[in-house]
Design a protein. Sequence first.
Length: 106
Amino acid sequence: MAPHRDGTVGVSPQVLRFLQDALVGVVTEGTAKGAFAGFPLREWPVAGKTGTAEAFGAEDTSWFVSYAPAMAPRYAVAVVVSQAGTGGETAAPAARQIHETLRRLG
């Protein structure tokens, strides 16, 4: 099924650029940097956000949501792993594997 647009959100180009740069920074300088070490980010720039959800009486839930190519997104990848630690430790490495496949597919 072809994608369709349901609406738009009014965001200035300056705010959009700030958000895109910040999400790229998560992968190049932030909490997902370790997961993407050695990944060809110049060829396949990834933007994303790690997260950790705490649950009383259980281990943390790890998540990482991302998209690529960062400035012209074609793919979105979301990974959630229950009771698996932090987003940068568990979910981001799993998302990297998915991005490796998407990069190869073009």
